[in-house]
Design a protein around this ligand. Structure first.
Ligand code: DGY
Length: 323
């Protein structure tokens, strides 16, 4: 099996593919996969690709890679992969569900706290030598414990956030999801509502939905206007779920209090108005970036590839291939 790994991955996972008899692995240098021509050329002879969310895996690439049997995405999200085009060609697509729920939920809570309590702004203030004395009005923010958290998408990661918020911070949980979660309603007192009710009632809104045609642009100017002026929006899912220009306008005008963003509409670009806003906390898509979690993600992608190579069932398929 000729395996293309589109960017360097944690060393123990790479060592596993290198140790597998019959697998010949090529690992592209850090920036190479981002050059489309280099990627297409490297993919053209591959039987399997270990891909990242930064690489478009589409019909163009599949048609130039006649031997391709699997795209193993090292991410739980797979909006970078054209699922229909893969299915039509019998190509397997796999992702890495489950292993990054805790790390992503930890970071969503970190963003929620940082935005509510103005942590980056306070740190910038101190580092600039502006901290002269303690003051009752100095850098006051929003209360977190006991407030209401609205979760958009109560899947695995949304659930992990709900647990942290309820059990650690005594927050009330509202959720909006196609699927009801009676288990979490029972256990955490979570309440399922429609989107309008959630946006109007929540002090914090955290997004945990996949990017699809129906969720793109979900949080637009109208939806932002439904939120409380004291509310905080957190997005660790995918940038295009939020209209960034509308968000920047809402943050600037005081339409909402603050936002904590790990993802952006056109990554790695960030809307030019956001970095100048003290009430925007901005991170470079690091929600799953703990050392053990990134290794677990790479290991699961490798598990899928080695299963295909050995004629076994890949553990986490999104599309079951026929090749
Ligand atoms: C994913 O897995 O989809 C994240 O965005 C990266 O961890």
């Amino acid at each position: 099996m000729k395996l293309l790994v589109t960017r360097p991955i944690p060393e123990p996972a790479e060592a596993r593919v290198r140790a597998e008899p019959g697998v010949e692995a090529t690992v592209l240098e850090e920036d190479a996969a981002l050059d489309r021509a280099v990627l297409l050329h490297a993919a053209s002879g591959a039987d399997a690709i270990l891909a990242l969310l930064t690489e478009r895996m589409n019909a163009e690439l599949f048609d130039r890679s006649p031997n391709l049997r699997m795209v193993a995405n090292m991410a739980v999200g797979f909006d970078n992969v054209d699922i229909d085009a893969a299915a039509a060609r019998g190509i397997w697509v796999t992702n890495t569900p489950g292993v990054l729920d805790g790390a992503t939920a930890d970071l969503a809570m970190a963003l929620l706290l940082a935005a509510a309590r103005r942590l980056p702004e306070a740190e910038r203030f101190l580092r600039a030598g502006r901290y002269r004395r303690w003051g009752p009005l100095l850098l006051c923010g929003q209360e977190v414990h006991g407030r209401t958290l609205g979760i958009l998408g109560l899947g695995r990661i949304g659930e992990a956030v709900a647990r942290r918020a309820r059990l650690g911070f005594s927050m009330e949980i509202l959720y909006w999801d196609d699927r009801g979660r009676p288990d979490l309603e029972q256990e955490l007192g979570a309440r399922r509502t429609d989107l309008d009710t959630l946006l109007g009632a929540a002090d914090f809104v955290s997004i945990h939905l996949p990017l699809t045609e129906s969720t793109a642009g979900l949080i637009d100017a109208d939806r932002l206007a439904q939120m409380k002026s004291t509310a905080v929006l957190v997005n660790t899912a995918r940038g295009p779920l939020v209209d960034e220009a509308a968000l920047a306008a809402a943050l600037r005008s005081g339409g909402i209090w603050a936002a904590g963003l790990d993802v952006f509409e056109r990554e790695p670009e960030v809307h030019p108005d956001l970095p100048g806003l003290d009430n925007a906390v901005l991170l470079p898509h690091i929600a799953s970036a703990s050392i053990p979690t990134r290794l677990a993600m790479a290991d699961l992608a490798v598990d899928n590839i080695l299963a295909l190579h050995r004629g076994e069932a890949p553990p986490t398929p999104v599309v079951r291939g026929t090749r």
